[in-house]
Design a protein around this ligand. Structure first.
Ligand code: ARG
Length: 633
């Protein structure tokens, strides 16, 4: 390979993944030395462990010759290896071959690509076109009106937002959907409660809080009646109202509609604060009845419906009740409880026992709809509307069974999109209730984090003076802390909500990340106007960045597009979070060696450019995580 021209390989995209150039160069070498196709060779090139750029595990090619022979073939200059524009050195360490890339080429490809975004290339550094032409619906957050927005909803909101950003960065067309829990008997109950305890003024003020208040009170009424063995008037009324709603009675519906709209209005405020947005506010109430009917008919036609006796339903209900007492109320459980109004009539169910998925009820004895049925009918409706290539449900692991049942039923109905549905699950958050045991509202959680930050900021009087909008800044850092704590571990893990640790500046916290970004921003301010980076980076002399630290920074910056691509495979925001921390740590260890201030001009420029590139990449990774990177704090 005398020139620097590389062949095209399927799956390699050097324009958006600058490090792919090196992988291709390695593939060229491997394919010659080991007589492999370029594609096979390319797929065998991995990032190396610390201190190594790329590594190839030779056994993976399953070739006939002995490993040492194969390694010899790759590394010996007799066969193939000569240092070139891309590769400086290769070393065998059985069963691996390690590659070291040419530093000048590395600097040029990575730093120029970061700088060039997005003008000449169409997408900013870190993004790519892999998903072009494909559409994904991502359903997340999905709180229940009149009930607290609990930790599970917060996790769903955060994970769903990051996934949406990730899909977008990978070129997909993304529909961000919020599926509100806005239907079911509890809305009958709420209407009854509103008559007794509601106030128009409080509703206008804070719909979510007020409706929750009313809901708690009317629930207490219903519980008391039951406890005392009195006629269950509240419950009966609630059923009646809900039946009216289902039959389309305008006067009951208009009240409910107001609850829904005012709640959405309030939610939108909080989402806005969190830097989260939706394209669609869907909801259980918006699943059309013709879709429910069609789905019921399809179940019938496929012989999938069986009766469920009240005894069976009762068992079902008892199991769920245990789950309920453990954690948060869920629509699914309440609905299931509903499916068994003490033996009247027969519920319809689908027997999924042969898949160990139980026998979920899909229709109540009185014919009204149920949570799972709305999910089944709803996805047909969504497919009709969006013709999605993929549909992701971001829902906590407490609803694992529900989602599995729903997916199974959809596939038994031979839906053409059945294999496009994915459940992105996550573990619980512990300790997000107040001492009295009642749930905290999201607003309060965010306010607490913000105040903690503000208090810390005020301790540094000098700096505090310079902050333009301390309130905004504290709020952003606070939210960064909440989000980072949530995304740090793998999704499946549950974690303890720990305000103290979360808001600390020590250790890998959100505050630390913001600080790392602020510090990168401040360097440019400090050295201006003496040192200014030229607008054309090809005028910068990268050869002056000779320190191993500089190379380490450039290499990790180069991996950013790969991190984005990988996170889309794992659906793990934690992949991006650890990238941010790794980058921040390397930079913080570079400040002492890579000094800008007081250096000879050309050198200062090169170093400043390096820091600015790091700032851009860190900032873009933070934005991918839905954080707002700060410039001062
Ligand atoms: N509103 C539900 C709850 O809070 C979550 C909805 C999950 N999504 C779904 N398609 N079932 O429990």
């Amino acid at each position: 390979m005398s020139s620097s021209v590389l062949p095209l390989i399927e799956g390699a995209d050097p324009a958006n993944f600058p490090l792919d150039s090196f992988k291709v160069a390695i593939a060229v070498l491997l394919s010659k030395a080991l007589d492999l196709s370029l594609d096979t060779a390319f797929s065998g090139v991995d990032f190396g462990r610390k201190g190594v750029d790329f590594t190839v595990a030779v056994p993976r090619f399953r070739l006939k010759s002995k490993i040492p022979e194969l390694i010899e073939k790759v590394t010996s200059t007799v066969y193939s290896f000569t240092p070139n524009h891309y590769l400086e050195q290769c070393v065998g360490e059985s069963p691996f071959v390690h590659f070291y890339v040419r530093t000048t080429t590395l600097f040029k490809l990575v730093l120029e690509r970061i700088h060039q975004s997005p003008a000449s290339n169409g997408v900013p550094f870190g993004s790519n076109w892999q998903g072009a032409g494909k559409k994904v619906v991502i359903e997340f957050s999905s709180p229940n009106i009149a009930k607290p927005f609990h930790a599970g909803h917060l996790r769903s909101t955060i994970i769903g937002t990051v996934l949406s950003n990730l899909f977008e960065a990978n070129g997909w067309d993304v529909i961000r959907m919020n599926y509100l829990g806005d239907w079911g008997k509890q809305f009958g109950l709420l209407a009854v409660g509103f008559k007794r305890y509601g106030s128009e003024e409080s509703l206008a003020n804070n719909a979510i809080m007020h409706l929750f208040d009313v809901y708690v009170k009317v629930n207490r009424d219903a519980a008391l009646e039951k406890e005392r063995g009195e006629p269950e008037i509240t419950d009966q009324k609630a059923r009646e109202v809900f039946r009216k709603m289902e039959s389309g009675d305008e006067s009951t519906l208009s009240l409910w509609r107001r609850f829904r709209e005012l709640s959405i209005h309030k939610y939108a405020e909080v989402y806005n604060r969190l830097n989260v947005r939706f394209d669609v506010y869907a909801g259980e109430s918006l699943v059309r009845s013709d879709h429910i009917k069609a789905a019921m008919a399809a179940l019938e036609a496929n012989n999938l419906l069986t009766d469920k006796t009240s005894k069976e339903s009762n068992n079902n209900w008892k199991e769920k009740k245990v789950a309920m007492s453990l954690g948060t109320l869920r629509t699914a459980e309440e609905e299931d409880a509903e499916a068994n109004p003490s033996g009247r009539g027969v519920a319809k169910a689908v027997d999924l026992n042969q898949w160990k998925l139980g026998k979920p009820v899909v229709q109540k004895p009185d014919g009204t709809t149920i949570y799972i049925m709305r999910d089944i009918a709803g996805v047909f409706q969504r497919y009709e509307q969006y013709k999605f290539d993929k549909h992701i449900y971001v829902v906590g692991d407490q609803q694992e069974l529900h989602v599995a049942q729903f997916f199974k039923i959809v596939s038994l109905l031979n839906a053409p999109f059945a294999d496009r549905l994915e459940h992105v699950s996550f573990g619980r958050v512990n300790g997000m209730s107040t001492r009295k045991g009642d749930v905290k509202f999201l607003d309060e959680i965010l306010d607490t984090a913000k105040e903690a930050m503000l208090a810390q900021m005020q301790q540094k009087e000098e700096k505090f003076k310079d902050i333009e909008d301390p309130d905004y800044t504290a709020d952003q850092i606070g939210m960064t802390c909440v989000k980072v704590q949530d995304m740090q571990a793998k999704r499946v893990h549950s974690y303890n909500f720990d305000p103290q640790r979360m808001t600390s500046f020590e250790g890998d916290t959100g505050a630390y990340l913001q600080y790392a970004h602020v510090r990168l921003c401040s360097i440019e301010r400090k050295v201006a106007p003496t040192v200014v980076v030229p607008s054309d980076p090809s005028q910068i002399n990268f050869d002056l960045l000779a320190e191993p630290k500089a190379r380490e920074i450039v290499f990790i910056l180069g991996t950013y597009p790969d991190v984005v691509r990988t996170a889309l495979k794992t659906y793990e925001p934690s992949n991006i979070v650890s990238f941010c921390f790794r980058l921040s740590h390397i930079i913080s260890s570079a400040w002492e060696t890579l000094i800008v201030m007081g250096q000879e001009h050309e050198l200062a420029q090169a170093r400043l450019f390096l820091y600015m590139s790091a700032r851009d990449v860190l900032g873009s990774a933070m934005r991918l995580l839905s954080l707002s990177p700060l410039t001062r704090m």
